[in-house]
Write a protein that binds this ligand. Structure first.
Ligand code: SAM
Length: 290
């Protein structure tokens, strides 16, 4: 054990050298070397001594150390087998930590928690591998695991898309998917210098506080997301064209136009101007016609 934090830039460089670990680009490995920022992330996550913290991609343990000090239990899921012996040296002394050498997208987090941490609230905290940010977030939001919040480092551009509203350039299917399930809030903007090696993009930390029930009600959630996807598939086109050209919406263009009129909107309306409630209203009317 060392008094110096794992995320200290000199200690991180030392660990990477000693274990001869070159950061693997294909796994999105950019290790955090900013202790103040890690304090801020763990604080923003709201983790308490009763919670199970699930960390995706612990790397060499920089964030894991902070989580183990604060959470009741920590589950850290790391795909890169080279990092498992490193983690056992750096954070293996924490008795509340379980390390799984696995792909998070193939891990049943809910099942693990039910068996090994029953009754604990689940909070996901991570410096995500950017190459699979969206699949990870969608799996956490849509999946069966009872996750109550997600606090993650992502590309700044992706964070901006998640918090955007109608009529802005970043608004799209991701904004609506996230906002259907959770209340997103950017808690920090992070410069490239906070990582070793430095990533090619700016980053941000975002917290998604999951809703118990979604803010809008629809008969078919699948149709809602089909409608949203179709509306944004051709950004410059009207809503009527987007929906009329979609294989998922089995209505003619004329029928689609009638539905838009029934909603009380101009026939040239664009999907990018509609709120989540308006998409829900549109979906409900489409549902009755299909
Ligand atoms: N948490 C560490 C930190 O902040 O310094 C490392 C973060 S690094 C951006 C992303 C981590 O996710 C890497 O350790 C990488 O090996 C791991 N990773 C990549 N793909 C993964 C996957 N599918 N499942 C689990 N871990 C993954």
């Amino acid at each position: 054990m060392s008094d110096i934090r794992i995320a200290n830039p000199i200690r991180t460089a030392g660990i990477l050298r000693r274990y001869e670990i070159g950061a693997k680009k294909k796994y999105g490995q950019n290790f955090l070397i900013d202790e103040g920022l890690l304090e801020e992330i763990v604080e923003a996550s709201g983790i308490s001594g009763d919670d199970l913290a699930v960390e995706i991609g612990p790397g060499i343990g920089g964030m894991t150390e902070f989580l183990c000090e604060r959470a009741g239990q920590v589950l850290a899921i790391e795909i890169d087998e080279r990092l498992i012996p490193v983690l056992s040296d750096t954070v293996g002394h924490f008795s509340n930590l379980t390390i799984l050498n696995a792909d998070v997208l193939k891990t049943d987090i809910g099942g693990w928690a039910a068996q090994n941490a029953p009754g604990r609230r689940i909070r996901v905290v991570a410096n995500l591998p950017y190459y699979i940010t969206t699949p990870i977030l969608m799996a956490l939001l849509e999946g069966d695991a009872p996750v109550s919040s997600i606090t993650v480092m992502v590309q700044k551009e992706v964070a901006d898309r998640m918090v955007s509203g109608p009529g802005t350039k970043d608004y799209g299917a991701l904004s609506l998917a996230v906002q259907y399930y959770a209340d997103p809030r950017i808690v920090a903007e992070v410069p490239r210098e906070s990582f070793d090696p430095m990533p090619g993009v700016e980053s941000a930390v975002i917290t998604l506080e999951k809703y118990d029930t979604p803010p809008v009600e629809v008969e078919s959630r699948k149709l809602l997301f089909d409608v949203i996807r179709a509306s944004f598939s051709q950004r410059r086109k009207t809503l009527a064209n987007g929906l009329g050209n979609s294989d998922a919406i089995r209505l003619t263009k004329d029928e689609v136009r009638e539905v838009i009129a029934e909603c009380g909107w101009d026939e040239r309306v664009r999907g990018e101007t509609l709120t989540l409630s308006e998409f829900a209203k549109l979906t409900q009317i489409l549902y009755t016609k299909m």
